[in-house]
Design a protein around this ligand. Structure first.
Ligand SMILES: Nc1ncnc2c1ncn2[C@@H]1O[C@H](COP(=O)(O)OP(=O)(O)OP(=O)(O)O)[C@@H](O)[C@H]1O
Length: 280
């Protein structure tokens, strides 16, 4: 059924045994081939949501489908269509990179060759290196190689570049963009807004277990949130602030002196922080 959305979440609620509601009435639909970034402060409910979608966690109520299947009732055939890159890696430390990739390939009905994966992840030079000897960034690449080994139609990436240096992060983005171009649907959890801006078609902002926004990154918060602000002090030292799409006009048409004049264009971070408010 190619018309089925890749991911469909309707009114998902998860209440833990502690009584804490981690996710509350969350609904979102992700089309096939789309990359969506899940953003939100610590404790917002991102991991809980993703774990329900991965089939690792039960839900209290609501309907969830991944490739048309309820992950709570997933068969082996369904699991083979989904790639998961968790925050913590599960590789065997004493085998080499090539051995690990070849071994995992046997778990899938159709798998990428070890050579293709080594090239795609830039790990050719480490093919005979034991996993325990890899740097954190190299290990993360192995994680991703294992996540995409079975040609997944949906890929879950949970904070994939935490701890990366800026260059490694850029290389990793190239890798993910390549996977994206193959038509893979990606749900990416990240705390880096620049990562979301580079990789995602849309971002879902979650705070306090609730979906606050789901929109293309450059439309998050709506036009109002992106309207520039003009700030100044008058002769008496009083502060003024106005939002306007035409700061030049405002400045020209103000007849009284404007001191400490500033024009502030809200950044993605400003828009995000305003959206998550006191939860950040
Ligand atoms: N097993 C659990 N039992 C009880 N409460 C939990 C459990 N796991 C998570 N929580 C709580 O549910 C809320 C949401 O947690 P979750 O891990 O989904 O947030 P998150 O958005 O992924 O946060 P982070 O960005 O820190 O990873 C938090 O208040 C957390 O303390």
């Amino acid at each position: 059924m190619p018309d089925t959305p890749a991911i469909e979440v309707q009114h998902l609620t998860k209440r833990y045994a502690t009584g804490h509601t981690a996710v509350s009435d969350l609904s979102l639909t992700i089309a096939r081939g789309e990359t969506v970034a899940l953003l939100g402060p610590n404790g917002a409910g991102k991991s809980t949501t993703v774990e329900v979608l991965e089939g690792f966690r039960s839900r209290t109520s609501g309907d969830v489908r991944v490739l048309g299947t309820d992950p709570a009732r997933a068969t082996r055939a369904h699991k083979a269509r989904v790639g998961i890159v968790l925050q913590t890696s599960a590789e065997a430390p004493n085998v080499t990179v090539a051995e690990q990739l070849t071994h995992f390939g046997t778990f899938y009905p159709r798998s990428r060759s070890t050579e293709e994966l080594l090239t795609a992840t830039g790990l050719e030079a480490q093919r005979n290196t034991r996993i325990s000897r890899l740097s954190g960034g190299q290990r993360r690449r192995v994680d991703v190689a294992l996540g995409v080994i079975g040609y997944p139609e949906v890929l879950f990436l949970d904070e994939p570049t935490t701890g990366f240096d800026p260059e490694a992060r850029r290389q990793f983005w190239d890798l993910v963009n390549g996977i994206k171009r193959e038509g893979t649907t990606i749900l990416l959890t990240t705390h880096y807004l620049d990562e979301a801006a580079h990789l995602a078609d849309r971002a879902a902002v979650i705070a306090n277990g609730e979906l606050r926004a789901l929109a293309p990154i450059d439309e998050l918060g709506g036009a109002e949130a992106r309207t520039p602000r003009v700030r100044w002090r008058d002769d008496d030292g009083l502060r003024h602030e106005e939002r306007t799409t035409d700061p030049q006009h405002l400045v020209r048409s103000t007849v009284t002196p404007m001191h400490d004049l500033e024009v502030i264009r809200p950044s993605l971070e400003d828009v995000y922080l305003e959206m998550v408010g006191a939860d950040a």
